[in-house]
Design a protein around this ligand. Structure first.
Ligand code: NDP
Length: 305
């Protein structure tokens, strides 16, 4: 369970002398992360049949963003094999890696890094996690689907790039703050190819949005029960399904509204699992689809479900 793992600090990293192959997640805060539970469950399962993984262990560090450069240097010097980065480190770390996976470059953020002698190599597995979760939970592909994306922050950026790279039919993005929406639309313009991309205000969806869209919530509206809905689903042409990246609470007001309207819907727990499985694939060479079941069971147990 994640709660049984100690929360480590920069001082622990300075003094690091543990044997074995170390993996870690850095965040601030990191208390609620279920990543240690997920990764250690998959590593324990692997170690049962493959002794190479017997001494692998995944730990968590609470690192203030000001300390991230020092932490990354220390992790490299201490030969950590791989590291996950979560809020608020994904964008800061992008400029601190020696090499970037081409698929992560347009996202401008990394959530997974791998040790190489020349420095860290950066990846972003959130897009893979989203696509895999939408397939698993809703039986849908991003390819060929009209997408209505809510949000223009880091997660929305990764989702938008993935939708375009997968060949969605169209992409309409709604965000509370127009300026942030405009920034995201400008970033996406060179990636769109022939795919229509547009922005709109969540309070006034245009009447000509496509029906049958997949609505993806990538805002943080819904984390607290006092939050407003990121969009009123009734104000959109009837969507095909709704995916909310939030997994805690498991049923946001948006997902409750989707259920009320009879729309298939899913929360973000499967996305968390699949982005983690893809990260572990990058570090171990073992296929993510093989790792995901143990990680999913551990994530559900850590979430108390
Ligand atoms: P950011 O802080 O980068 O972006 C937040 C976004 O939410 C912005 O678009 C912001 O709009 C919008 N927003 C915040 N509060 C409100 C509100 N009250 N009403 C309407 N819009 C609001 O966060 P991230 O992009 O990193 O994360 C977004 C969500 O996605 C989080 O809930 C996070 O937990 C989840 N996530 C889940 C993952 C998973 O694996 N399941 C992976 C990554 C993220 P504005 O521009 O107006 O401020």
């Amino acid at each position: 369970m994640a709660s049984a793992d100690p929360i480590l600090t920069l001082s622990d990293l300075e003094a690091w002398s543990r044997p074995g192959t170390a993996l870690a997640v850095l965040g601030h805060p990191i208390k609620h992360s279920v990543s240690p539970a997920m990764h250690n469950a998959a590593l324990a399962e692997l170690a049962q049949t493959d002794p190479r993984f017997a001494d692998w262990n995944y730990v968590r560090f609470d690192i203030h963003p000001d300390d991230l450069p020092r932490a990354l240097e220390l992790l490299h010097a201490r030969r950590f094999h791989g590291v996950n980065l979560t809020v608020p480190h994904k964008i800061i770390a992008f400029d601190r890696v020696a090499a970037i996976d081409p698929a992560a470059r347009p996202v401008g953020a990394v959530n997974t890094i791998r040790w190489t002698p020349a420095g860290w190599q950066g990846f972003n597995t959130d897009g893979y996690g989203l696509a895999a979760a939408v397939r698993e939970t809703l039986g849908r592909t991003l390819a060929g689907t009209p997408i209505i994306l809510l949000g223009a922050g880091g997660a929305a950026r990764g989702a938008a790039v993935e939708c375009l790279q997968q060949g969605c039919a169209s992409l309409a993005i709604a965000n509370r703050t127009q300026e942030n929406l405009d920034t995201l639309l400008a970033l996406l313009a060179p990636l769109a190819g022939g795919i229509p991309v547009r922005g709109f205000a969540p309070s006034a969806p245009p009447a000509d949005l496509p029906a049958g869209a997949l609505v993806i919530n990538a805002t943080s509206a819904g984390l607290r029960d006092t939050d407003p809905l990121p969009v009123a689903l009734e104000s959109l042409p009837r969507p095909a399904a709704v995916f909310d990246m939030i997994y805690n609470p498991p049923a946001t007001a948006l997902l409750q509204s989707a259920s009320h309207l009879g729309l298939p819907n899913a929360n973000g727990l499967a996305m968390l699992v699949h982005q983690g499985a893809r990260a572990l694939e990058i570090w171990t060479g073992i296929a993510a689809v093989r790792l995901a079941p143990a990680m999913g069971n551990a994530a559900r147990a850590a979430m108390g479900r």
